[in-house]
Write a protein that binds this ligand. Structure first.
Ligand SMILES: *Cc1c(COP(=O)(O)O)cnc(C)c1O
Length: 479
């Protein structure tokens, strides 16, 4: 058959032509990015995509890129923007994109050591690098996942089996956490069949950190009541306020009562690369399992989380499977295969999207960027506090700053701040989000994009003040 009869294999000239169009689009996106809005509230929300159904005949790259631009990239949050200061911002390092491109074209089967020994070594090497960063021993294992939620599922399923929790014990098997634990923990418990475990929401101190005394009291009371405490979930960087639970004290209680100690460091974990962050994370090394997200703290595009677990045998016992059709893969055991440590079998070779930027930028660039985020949060905190109309209840431990505007007398603060966040979001130059702290509506500045710098923070503060004053003004005029 003539090569042209294999339409799924474009020739080199066609490949280069399409790639050039894509690269032209990418460079133009990156050139415009500093002036793009961080949020576009589109009325149609990408619905134009549906008006372009799949056809039998081939299409053109220009048409595809046009749809991508107007229907996908414009509406919603510009997550690649430094002005993304909501939720926990991601990143989107360019070299990660090239890593994904290489991984996709070579399509190494990175789930199994036999199939891709180098790819599996690369992923395990990255995991050992992270393990070293948080003081985990060399025997610890891990898995690169699609994100923190799946990493959490792997950790909690392992914890369940390591603690010998069988289904009939679940209604008596108590889990300890705070109300600021991320909702992916509730989801993971439910998916792992642990949805009926009693949850104890342990009291927090004034800075929203778990109170170790309250934890100990609850564990002792539950034991006395004939229940089975088995799992303590701590946060190293809560999503709401960026708080770090007192890890050393919690670890000690967990050890004493033989509870699994899980630390959710999805957001905060990579601050271990920065000297001041590392100090704040002291005690994380005592965890049985840790989740940390490279697609947050290492600025990698969405789709990369990590779980690290000290007990390798138990992790494999929970997740490995021997199937007849896999028999060729069983003999090669120099490195544990990702497929034996996760629910996934076939998987994205996601290590390359982290390995390439680490190789090309060097670790120091990441360390400096993380130090900068901590400094920026302190800067934002200082600036907000200088303005009498802003209330800033806690100093930032990491890079989340929580605050609200106290409007002129006669205006209800919760409603005012709700309107303020709406006004900031519809302005769109920066994107901020909000949360409720004990029923009080608070605004959040979450600083984690490698593209966020001091001018971004200054702009955000300027917009906040401008919108707050406009709201106060329009209220006066209504009266
Ligand atoms: C983002 C986050 C998660 C969830 O991780 P995903 O990567 O979004 O699945 C869990 N815990 C904390 C503290 C987070 O910030």
């Amino acid at each position: 058959m003539h090569p042209s009869s294999y339409p799924l294999e474009p020739n080199e000239a066609d490949r280069l032509q399409v790639q050039q169009a894509v690269e032209t689009y990418v460079q133009s996106f990156l050139r415009q990015l500093p002036s793009l809005p961080a949020f576009i509230a589109s009325p149609v929300k990408g619905a134009g995509l549906l008006e372009s159904p799949f056809e039998e005949h081939p299409g053109h790259i220009e048409e595809a890129l046009r749809l991508l631009q107007t229907e996908v990239n414009e509406p919603g949050i510009t997550a690649a923007s430094g002005g993304h200061l909501g939720y926990i911002p991601g990143g989107g390092l360019y070299y990660s994109g090239l890593g994904d491109y290489l991984a996709a074209v070579t399509n190494k089967y990175a789930g199994i050591f036999f199939a891709a020994p180098g790819a599996v070594r690369m992923e395990n090497m990255l995991l050992r690098w992270m393990a070293g960063m948080i003081g985990f021993p060399a025997q610890a294992v891990g898995n690169l996942t699609s994100g923190g939620s799946i990493a959490t599922l792997i950790a909690l399923a392992t914890a369940r089996d390591a603690q010998g929790i069988k289904s009939r014990q679940i209604p008596d098997a108590v889990v300890y956490l705070t109300e600021h634990a991320h909702h992916c923990l509730d989801k993971a418990l439910r998916i792992a069949g642990l949805g009926e475990c009693p949850l104890r929401y342990v009291a927090m101190d004034t800075q929203y950190r778990m109170d170790p005394k309250a934890l100990e009291k609850a564990v002792i009371a539950d034991k006395a009541a004939g229940l089975t405490p088995w799992l303590v979930i701590a946060s190293a960087g809560t999503t709401d306020v960026g708080a770090i639970d007192p890890l050393p004290a919690l670890a000690q209680i967990a050890r004493q009562h033989r509870l699994w100690f899980h630390v959710d460091a999805a957001y905060g974990g990579f601050f271990a690369l920065a000297a001041s962050g590392k100090e704040k994370l002291t005690g994380i090394e005592a965890a049985d399992s840790v989740v940390m997200d490279p697609h947050k703290g290492l600025f990698i595009p969405y789709g990369l989380g990590a779980v690290l677990i000290k007990n390798a045998e138990q992790t494999a016992a929970t997740h490995h499977y021997q199937a007849n059709y896999m028999q060729d893969a069983l003999s090669a055991t120099q490195e544990l295969s990702p497929a034996d440590l996760s629910p996934e079998l076939s998987k994205h070779f996601r290590g390359l999207r982290l390995w390439l930027p680490l190789k090309l930028h060097g670790v120091a660039a990441f360390r400096e960027a993380l130090e900068e985020k901590l400094t920026l949060a302190q800067y934002a905190y200082d600036q907000l506090r200088q303005h009498p109309a802003f209330e800033v209840p806690v100093a930032p431990e990491l890079s989340v700053v929580i605050f609200r505007y106290l409007p002129a007398a006669g205006l209800e603060a919760n409603e005012f701040n709700q309107n303020l966040i709406k006004a900031v979001q519809s302005d769109g130059r920066v994107f901020l989000s909000s949360t409720l702290l004990n029923g009080v509506f608070m605004l959040r500045l979450a600083i984690l994009s490698f593209r966020t710098h001091q001018d971004t923070i200054d702009l955000a503060l300027e917009i906040l003040l401008e919108k707050a004053q406009q709201l106060e003004q329009s209220h006066k005029e209504e009266k």
